[in-house]
Every structure is written in structure tokens, then in C-alpha cells.
Design a protein around this ligand. Sequence first.
Ligand code: ADP
Ligand code: MG
Length: 257
Amino acid sequence: MSENINNGNNGKNGKNGNHAAEHEPILRIRDLKKTYMQGKIPVHALDGVSLDVNKGELLSIVGPSGSGKSTLLSMIGLLDRPTDGSVFIDDVEITKAKESEAPRIRREKIGFVFQHFNLLSTLTAMENVDIAMRFNGTSKNKRKERAFQLLTKVGLGDRIKHKPSELSGGQQQRVAIARALVNEPAILLADEPTGAVDTKTREVIVDLLKGLSEKGQTIIVVTHDMDVARQTDRIITMRDGMIASDTGVNGNERHRL
Ligand code: ADP
Ligand code: MG
């Protein structure tokens, strides 16, 4: 985007307690709605969500079960389509993408991390990461190099030949995070990434996410664990398919769109 209406604020950063004015959002969500039919009854899983997320932000989404958290992630990750509204990633309106383009956009823009790791049990850590690059034309040698580099980055450089059953829960989740990063996604989406690990391992995973975010990776974490949420830059609370609150790390309520 060429215009910069925030020029006048240069040098006054911190005045309003956040750095949002300095960055272009990497993710923009506008009036997003998703209605599922449960039999004949419409369920408004998302009921008008608008949100900007800046590059490098580590954002958590909390809220009661059924409030629409996973639905929101699946709209951002192009796993499903909204009933109405739009999602822009890097200024591209992904909600307008053709069905045939969705897999490529998903592969290039999004990395997914799930509660139960979803690793392939017969493959080694290295192969689990490698396989995520098989479809993007990377040569075998480059894939190996990249997989090793990423596994080293998540602290598993000495575990590359282990299979998931030979790794702890925390190590498996770190393999899953390495796999999610292979294509340098604009956004890493994690749905309850610490939901299946003990509290010590939880801290290892949260520290890893914090480190990635400090290096510029944008991360959205769905969690019901307030100890995790409190360690993120910003907490969005969902209720009944809407954003009930949006709070920065300093406790300030964010400007609402
Ligand atoms: P959360 O992740 O916050 O627990 P979800 O996004 O999974 O919430 O669900 C929000 C609402 O949408 C819930 O009422 C849920 O039952 C409903 N829902 C989610 N997915 C579907 C689906 N595929 N079909 C019908 N209803 C769904
Ligand atoms: Mg959910």
C-alpha cells in the first residue's frame, strides 16, 4: 500500500501503548460470517468478525467451547469458506480465490499446527518435514537441507531420524511446527498446540512460538489455557461467534474495527 496516513506519528511510538500504527497488517478480516446448518437450525459460528493482525504479532484467541475459534482458523487457513465477509492475507483477498487455487494459497501462505501433532507415524522427523515440501517443486537435496535447518531451529537437530513414537509429545509438536514453517508461511495457525502436553512441555512450545514471533513470524494460537494466552502479545476473546474483547499485552483494549 502506498499511502501512509501514520507518518505524523513517527517518533511518538508507544503513546497509545501499541505498535500497530507502524505496520501494515499482514492479515485483514472484514465482517466475516459463517453459518452452519445443523439440521434445519442455522448456527452462526461466526457472526461478523473484523480484525487486523500485524506481521510478527503473536496473537491468542480464547473463548468458551463453541464460540467460533476453530471456525475462524479454518476460514483464515482456507479449509472452509465463509458465508459472508472477507479475509485478506498480504493484501490478497483469499476468500475470493477460486476453489482450484485454494490448495496453493494454503500451502504458500499458511502453516498449520494441531493439538495432536498429526505427524505420519511411519516416517522419521526429517521425512515428516520433507513431505510438506514435496508438492512445491523443491529438489530432494534442497528439501533435506531445509528440513534439517528447520529441525535444528526447533531444537531437534539430533532427533532427525526418530519416528514420532520415539519422540516425546513436546518433541513431536516441535516437528509439527518445523513442518508448518517449510514454505515460510505468512501466518502460522495453531489450534490448541499445547492441549496435549504437560505444563513443562507447554513452556517449551510457548517459548518456541515467542522466539519465532520475535523473528517476524506472525502466529495465531487458539488456546483455552490462560497461562499460554497471557504470554502472547494480544488476546482476543470470542463469544457467540463475535469478538468480545481484544486486549494488548499491556492490558489496553485495542481499537475495534
Ligand atoms: P470453538 O473452536 O470455539 O469450540 P467452533 O468454531 O468449533 O468453536 O464451533 C462454533 C459453532 O459452530 C459451534 O456451535 C459448533 O457446533 C458449530 N460448528 C462448527 N463446525 C460445524 C460444522 N462443520 N457443521 C455444523 N456446525 C458446526
Ligand atoms: Mg475449537
